[in-house]
Design a protein around this ligand. Structure first.
Ligand SMILES: *Cc1c(COP(=O)(O)O)cnc(C)c1O
Length: 376
């Protein structure tokens, strides 16, 4: 059996090695390292794939979120509502820009931000909502967009874990996550569903004026070279990364299928065990399984993780500490017990290996080992 990894980037690279290597060599030969044709090509192809008018490439997913907030002219003191159960980057950029993060709880079953909780958290200072499509499953975007419209708020989608996932509207039409809100953000960190060979990110929007503003902000606040109309940042996707991403984008749908069939296997074997809660599939979302995350129902997950480790099976905890209990984010507005679903999940979730290269033998071994532990 092949060794089991949380993410098998080597196995995935092996299958597209020739194409990727020649795409990289082309960039090397032309030395168009910054903003070369590879970047423009990838940008166009991603716009087409997502069905979005503008893709603005940038250096990473964290920058994508920060630039989105800068381009929307959010000002110190403005309140931005987001989830208490996510990767830190989401709240980090809010804090860095001296905006006020307002945290709300998640739904127990989908791990995603609660629309009802958002409604209760809206004040006269609220300017934006940042939903995170956690682990690759969409937030109820139709309800969220209606709520945002009612209160005239911006929606900045954190689609760092959900690229390629569809949201299904009540009328049956679909849109890709990240292409539904006013602006969407993603990351091309190597382990993400569309990952490059280093750091990368992108911002999406259908709004022409906002797209222009985003392009100015990522480029030192500059429209005409050496004339700076506002304070910006330097955030670029380099040409080598774009060349790699362009090859991988062609395979993204088959990568998603591979992840979904691994998830189906896990569901089938583990879904009937009362000690495990397998990830809920929200019917309006096509889950792309950035992570396959379960809840340990009444047993100590650390014992299971240690047992699996012994057998050569990695497992991880995403995320062990909710945002409101992180040392750097301690805030008198929040205390332990404020977000019961988030806290319960932080204490009980664990994630299994999830990537495009898992085979039946590995999946059988992983699930068999988990059942062996539970039946001890
Ligand atoms: C990965 C990730 C980010 C940040 O992306 P980077 O490219 O690592 O900066 C932001 N939000 C979420 C939910 C993520 O998973």
């Amino acid at each position: 059996m092949k060794p089991i990894r949380m993410v098998d980037l080597a196995g995935q690279y092996e299958k597209i090695k020739e194409e990727v290597d020649s795409a990289i060599a082309e960039v090397m030969n032309t030395t168009a390292f910054i903003n070369g044709p590879a970047v423009q090509r990838f940008q166009k192809n991603l716009e087409e794939y997502l069905g979005v008018k503008h893709v603005i490439p940038c250096a990473n997913g964290t920058d994508a979120l920060q630039v989105a907030m800068m381009a929307l002219d959010l000002k110190p003191g403005d309140e931005v509502i987001t989830t208490s159960f996510t990767f830190i980057a989401t709240a980090e950029v809010i804090a860095l820009l001296h905006l006020t993060p307002v945290l709300v709880d998640v739904e127990k079953d989908t791990f995603n931000i609660s629309i009802e909780a958002i409604r209760k958290a809206i004040t006269s200072k609220t300017k934006a909502i940042v939903p995170v499509h956690l682990f690759g499953q969409s937030v109820p975007m139709e309800e969220l967009m209606a709520l945002a419209k009612e209160f005239n708020l911006y929606v900045i989608e954190d689609a760092c874990q959900s690229i390629g996932s569809d949201y299904i509207f009540a009328d049956g039409s679909t849109k890709k996550t990240g292409a539904i809100g006013h602006v969407g953000c993603t990351s091309f960190f190597p382990s993400k569903n569309l990952g490059c060979f280093g750091d990368g990110g992108a911002i999406f929007t259908n709004d022409d004026a906002l797209a222009e503003k985003l392009r100015v902000v990522v480029n030192h606040g500059m429209k005409v070279r050496y004339y700076h109309d506002e304070i910006g940042v330097n955030s670029r996707l380099d040409s080598i990364q774009a060349a790699v991403l362009d090859v991988k984008l062609k395979n993204l749908d088959s990568y998603i299928d591979a992840r979904r069939s691994a998830a189906d296997f896990y569901d089938r074997v583990l879904g009937t065990n009362s000690k495990l809660i397998v990830p809920a599939r929200y019917e309006k979302s096509r889950h792309v399984f950035h992570q396959y995350t379960l809840v340990a129902n009444g047993f100590d997950r650390t014992k299971l993780i240690a047992f699996l480790q012994e057998k050569g099976i990695p497992a991880m905890i995403y995320y062990p500490v909710p945002l409101h209990l992180q040392k750097a984010y301690i805030d008198p507005r929040y205390k332990q017990g404020d977000f019961p679903n988030t806290e319960w999940l932080s204490e009980n979730v664990f994630s299994l290996p999830m990537h495009t290269e898992l085979d039946e033998e590995q999946l059988q071994y992983i699930t068999g080992s988990i059942l062996e532990f539970l039946n001890k």
